[in-house]
Design a protein around this ligand. Structure first.
Ligand SMILES: NC(=O)c1ccc[n+]([C@@H]2O[C@H](COP(=O)([O-])OP(=O)(O)OC[C@H]3O[C@@H](n4cnc5c(N)ncnc54)[C@H](O)[C@@H]3O)[C@@H](O)[C@H]2O)c1
Length: 245
């Protein structure tokens, strides 16, 4: 068990998307350490399986699939509900890299539409007491304009979607988002050492990238009973980077 405890009930079920790497992997492993059973979902099956293999046996179930594929999403969640239990928690973390070469509409569908697809499929089964969902948004959706038009737009849209859910679906579940700054995951490999990375880190009061665990802890806190009265919030986790600009 983890020395951290946010008050989750033993064996409750959490679905984490993008669980094969970075923030999603860290969230899966910390949740498993806190006693949850976790569905580790990733486009890349072997990556999800690798995450599951890092956890205590039997606690993490790997699933391969695209979060934008609505029929596949529904089928997997129904199978999880019948073999484990209806997932009480959902961490919508998967999303394409801002460096991805996507047309505007395709980027919005991949980064924002997929969260709607996953959330609706989960909400059809969840709704037990204390149910909660969380989204990995970005400071790119709240404060920073990225080179990619669809990335900033989709991340801002996620904050709007969370506010909608918080206002209109709170009879079933709470909804919140985390807006990370720069996080040390494979998609930022080499960036911290680059000239642009060094310039950015020099303006960050903590002088470092976030670790995936820094973001995982914020995601899990917002999902947990410890955050039972937090609903509709976008929590910036960026070391103070954006408040010092
Ligand atoms: N790394 C950062 O600096 C940073 C900053 C702000 C926000 N974010 C957000 O955090 C989230 C996770 O990013 P990360 O840095 O951990 O990335 P990562 O590349 O380390 O991991 C992302 C994982 O998501 C999976 N994935 C991508 N599209 C998917 C899909 N359609 N269906 C299922 N799985 C899919 C990938 O296969 C990969 O394993 C993303 O939403 C990203 O936009 C990251």
């Amino acid at each position: 068990m983890s020395p951290l405890s946010f008050g989750f009930a033993l064996d409750d079920v959490l679905v984490v998307t993008g669980a094969g790497s970075g923030i999603g992997r860290a969230t899966t492993l910390e949740a498993a350490r806190q006693g949850l059973r976790v569905v580790a979902w990733d486009l890349v099956g072997p990556a999800a399986a690798e995450t599951a293999a890092l956890a205590e046996p039997g606690r993490v179930r790997a699933e391969a699939g695209d979060v934008a594929d609505a029929p596949a999403v529904r089928a997997v969640l129904e199978d999880v509900a019948s073999t484990w239990a209806a997932p009480r928690y959902l961490a919508n973390n998967a999303g394409p890299s801002s460096a991805g070469d996507l047309a505007f509409e395709a980027g919005i569908v991949a980064a924002l539409g997929s969260v709607h697809t996953m959330t609706e499929a989960w909400a059809a089964l969840a709704g037990a007491d204390g149910a909660a969902m969380v989204v990995t948004a970005s400071v790119a959706g709240t404060k920073v304009g990225t080179e990619s038009a669809w990335y900033s737009t989709a991340k801002a849209g996620l904050a709007g979607y969370v506010r909608h859910l918080a206002a209109h679906r709170a009879d079933r579940f709470r909804s919140n988002a985390v807006a990370p700054g720069m996080v040390d995951t494979p998609r930022l490999e080499g960036w911290a050492a680059s000239a642009a990375g060094q310039r950015t880190l020099a303006r960050n009061p903590l002088r470092r990238l976030a670790t995936p665990a820094d973001i995982a802890h914020a995601l899990l806190f917002l999902l947990s009973p410890a955050a039972a009265y937090v609903n509709g919030e976008v929590l910036t986790v960026d070391g103070g980077w954006t408040v010092t600009q």
